[in-house]
Ligand binder design. Structure first.
Ligand code: NG1
Ligand code: ZN
Length: 515
């Protein structure tokens, strides 16, 4: 019929690359942009099917985040605003690697039958498309559109160049029947920020210098969007650098560079001593802060995702205990469960600090999709990767409880939401990071490494964990693990120890074992 011949004819325009096996990975498909046309086309088909299956709007984002500018990638956003459900990843892998249009069609037909997807035209598929500033984005976007329109009735809405968080937000807003334009996004952020400022108790005031924020836009989409947001944001003095007019995306700039190298990005220098600075990544879904402690070196004090998480955790824990203390609040017997979620890359000092605060800590494998899923199990789930990906999730139940409490409290309590008025130094001083080192090892087959226990133990190849343990035993406070990257063809090594030299040397010895 028409649907079949449409898939066959359009997919014949997008032959898959020879001799490469692609997988959906930590955050969608990623590779050199030159080999991605067929993958993106096929993910377009998947997105349209997902839209039919969920009877909702689906998101498709074309980006390779912090990776080099010549790479690109594609990831799918589910109706709730989160990532594609993991049950659909095997289908994504199989269609991406189907060698011929006939085999592709057969996989699609089988999957459609299994998922009970119907093409009755009652609610046609709708997909929102976004991309970052990579030059390959334009033609990949075309391929995605072709994929979407090879499902009968499906439509693609091009949101243009957007950040990853914007696209997720737009998909969620659309599905809730809310306004979903870029201006609405900026308006929500700036009005929430205004609310926060209004709730600062009179006594605590922010020093003038602390009001300034210099942002490294990674030469990507984040800088342009932040310019837009600035227009509706009062109370914060933002200066944006690395806007992409001169430098190259993610090269010597951006959150990944700053977090791994722990030195100033391009365009920052001695004049920035003591100022609060921040770096975004190529699709602006990572955020880390830093300060330059001394003019004489470009070494920075990093305030990474672990510390952002810690600040949120400390604050929310305090607010929750204010809410549940004082008799009346405990009466209803409700105790909000607060959870913090980390990965093995979280600095050990952060985990110790959080544990000592009495917080419940869960560990998941690397990747927002795992952290997000775990965080959703709590009333308040705070998650961050050390590299700056993260957010806070509040359950619907908790929000309605809070609303009821709020009405009750409004008249008689001023103790809720006390702001701290801390400086970035005070914040950074919550705990001292343990020295760490991250390395990547190019290997022939990264899938030879198989891990367990949230990636903290390598169970394959046989004997490798014993060899790693023998190295770790040589270092006081040593911790080290290896895992295959889900976005690059490498095995990653992460090590911590009591000194930087020791962390470097532990990482180097384990890298030799992994090689
Ligand atoms: P991989 O390549 O799987 O390590 C990297 C980051 C993830 C996440 C993804 C997606 C590290 C160690 N890993 O994944 O946290 O950010 O990229 O962007 O930083
Ligand atoms: Zn990113």
């Amino acid at each position: 019929d028409h649907q079949k011949s449409l898939i066959l004819s359009s997919s014949s325009q997008f032959p898959p690359p020879q001799g490469v096996k692609l997988s959906y990975g930590t955050s969608g498909f990623r590779a050199d942009a030159s080999i991605l046309q067929s993958t993106v086309f096929r993910v377009g088909i998947l997105a349209a099917l997902r839209s039919l299956r969920t009877q909702s709007v689906i998101g498709l984002m074309i980006t390779a985040s912090h990776n080099q500018v010549s790479d690109n990638g594609i990831k799918v956003g589910d109706p709730s605003g989160g990532m594609l459900t993991q049950d659909w990843e095997p289908f994504a892998d199989s269609i991406a690697n189907a060698p011929t249009p006939q085999e592709l069609l057969q996989l699609v037909e089988e999957f459609v039958a299994k998922e009970g997807i119907r093409f009755d035209g009652s609610r046609p598929a709708k997909v929102l498309l976004g991309r970052d500033t990579r030059p390959s984005g334009d033609s990949l976007l075309e391929a995605a559109k072709q994929g979407i329109s090879s499902i009968v009735g499906a439509s693609a809405v091009d949101m243009g160049i957007v950040t990853t968080p914007q696209l997720h937000w737009m998909v969620r807003a659309k599905n809730k029947g809310l306004k979903a334009a870029e201006l609405d996004y900026f308006e929500q952020l700036s009005s929430s920020y205004r609310c926060l400022l209004d709730l600062i108790p009179n006594g605590s005031k922010v020093e003038k210098a602390e009001n300034k924020l210099v942002v490294d836009g990674a030469n990507g989409v984040g800088s342009e969007k932040l310019e837009g947001l600035k227009k509706s944001l009062d109370g914060l003095d933002i200066e944006i650098r690395n806007t992409g007019k001169e430098g190259v995306l993610n090269e010597g700039v951006g959150a990944d560079f700053v977090q791994k190298e722990k030195i100033l990005p391009q365009e920052f220098g001695p004049k920035d001593v003591g100022i609060r600075c921040a770096s975004l990544d190529g699709d602006a879904d990572r955020l880390v802060y830093f300060t330059l402690p001394s003019e004489s070196s470009s070494k920075i004090d990093l305030v990474d995702g672990d510390k952002i998480l810690t600040l949120f955790a400390v604050f929310i824990k305090e607010q929750l205990s204010i809410l549940t203390e004082g008799g009346q609040m405990v009466e209803d017997g409700y105790h909000a469960r607060l959870g913090v979620i980390q990965t093995a890359y979280a600095n050990g000092a952060s985990t110790n600090y959080l544990r000592q605060l009495g917080l419940e800590i869960a560990l998941t494998p690397t990747g927002v999709k795992y952290l997000h899923e775990k965080a959703a199990e709590y009333d308040v789930g705070i998650y961050f990767e050390a590299n700056g990906h993260g957010t806070i999730l509040f359950s619907d139940h908790f929000l309605s409880w809070l609303e009821a409490k709020n009405n009750e409290l409004a008249s008689r309590s001023k103790a809720i939401l006390i702001h701290k008025g801390w400086s970035i130094c005070k914040w950074n001083g919550l705990y001292q990071d343990l020295p760490s080192r991250q390395l990547k090892v190019k290997v022939i087959d990264r899938t030879a490494v198989v891990t367990e226990n949230a990636e903290t133990i390598a169970v394959k190849p046989p004997g490798i964990q014993e060899a790693i343990n023998a190295e770790i035993a040589k270092y006081p406070c040593g911790r080290c693990f290896i895992r295959p990257s889900g976005t690059e063809d490498v095995v990653r090594v992460y090590a911590e120890a009591s000194t930087q030299e020791a962390a470097d040397s532990l990482a180097n010895s384990v890298a030799k074992i992994a090689d």
